[in-house]
Design a protein around this ligand. Structure first.
Ligand code: 5GP
Length: 348
């Protein structure tokens, strides 16, 4: 047994210190970034935000809505093969990741869709990215899809970030336990404070000219700003994008003045009992659910939330004098505002 005593931080433990700047307006800042990817050498320019590949948020309608802002969506993996092939063959496919797990069926479905449509972005996603098998699948998918940008995760340490990039990932997805509907930290005791995970993994990835995507734990636009400040190239959002018209969640209605109005929408973790019942016929005997089911307020079109997010990021950039999003980490000084990282579990 070993104890690491270095301080590890979460979003709530820091604020970004303002810096002198010559910028006078939020209009002067550019929230887009250009990336050249490590394995494909292809280029992408856009607002580096990704809707999570969860049932509720990783939808085709979300991809269309976020695509209008140059942002991306990781589609959930449960769409049928035909629908995926059709979507990726359309113009909207350029704004979306095709998501898969690590089973043989996942890899075969990918091969079938690939025959019918070009897939620019792949997201290979497992709850625990520390298994040898995961690295093997990343290598195999890289070999079979040399032109696709591959995002793979999730991990929280520099060594595994490097291993994934060398195995074939262009972008490594960072985060174990910070998600809004995740209960991994409670159920297993495993996790890593997200801000420190981003800082450490971004450093490792950038050393190899790879990228990282900070996945989970953002609850307000300021958290997204902090993730970029910590070195995240992309930020993935689940809970912040739930509850919108573009989602595929169950809506709860109430009667108001004789009218039926939407008030809330269901949202659940992909390892929750809800998801396991839906796709695996229930929670297998040998495992515990590591996600929960919640209701989020109904929030109408995602356009409003996107405006808030983009406004928050622009404003952060004017506070620290960054004209380009890529300058943000260099211009970020975090001020620690908590004595220690406690309450790592979030709300029950
Ligand atoms: P959020 O933005 O809601 O805080 O986090 C979204 C992320 O939570 C997802 O992209 C995914 O990595 C993670 N996640 C989604 N469902 C589950 C789950 O059931 N259990 C765990 N441990 N993490 C989940």
């Amino acid at each position: 047994m070993r104890i690491e005593t270095d301080v590890k931080l979460d979003f709530k433990d820091v604020l970004i210190r303002p810096k002198r700047s010559t910028l006078t307006s939020r209009n002067e800042v550019d929230i887009h970034r250009s990336f050249r990817f490590y394995h494909t050498a292809s280029e992408w320019k856009g607002f580096p935000l990704i809707a999570a590949n969860m049932d509720v948020t990783g939808t085709m309608n979300m991809a269309r809505a976020l695509g209008r802002h140059g942002a991306l969506t990781a589609l959930h993996k449960h769409y049928p093969e035909g629908a995926l092939a059709e979507f990726f063959a359309s113009a909207d496919g350029a704004h979306a990741f095709y998501s898969l797990g690590t089973t043989e069926a996942d890899v075969e479905k990918l091969a079938a869709v690939r025959k019918r449509a070009e897939l620019h972005f792949l997201c290979i996603d497992v709850a625990n990215g520390y298994s040898e098998r995961f690295l093997d699948v990343v290598k195999r998918v890289r070999d079979e899809n040399p032109k696709s940008v591959i995002m793979a995760g999730n991990v929280v340490t520099g060594d595994m970030t490097e291993a994934l990039i060398l195995a074939g990932a262009d972008i490594v997805k960072i985060g174990i336990g910070p998600g809004s509907v995740c209960t991994t930290r409670r159920v297993t005791g495993v996790g890593y404070p997200q801000l420190s995970a981003i800082i450490e993994c971004a450093d490792a990835a950038h050393g190899l000219k790879g990228q990282v995507c900070a996945d989970g734990g953002c609850t307000v636009p300021g958290d997204i700003a902090k993730a970029y400040g910590a070195g995240a190239d992309f930020v993935m959002l689940g809970g912040m994008l739930a509850g919108h018209d573009e989602c595929e969640g169950e809506i709860r209605y109430e009667e108001h003045d004789g009218e039926r109005v939407p008030v809330a929408m269901g949202f659940y973790g992909m390892s929750s009992e809800t998801a396991m019942k839906r796709y695996a016929g229930g929670v297998a005997k040998y495992r515990a659910a590591e996600g929960k089911t919640v209701e989020t307020p109904y929030r109408g079109p995602v356009e409003g939330t996107m405006s808030e997010i983009m406004g928050g990021v622009r404003s952060m950039m004017t506070y620290i004098g960054a004209t380009q999003l890529k300058e943000v980490p260099k211009r970020t000084t975090f001020v620690r505002v908590t004595a220690q990282t406690n309450d790592v579990f979030g709300k029950a």
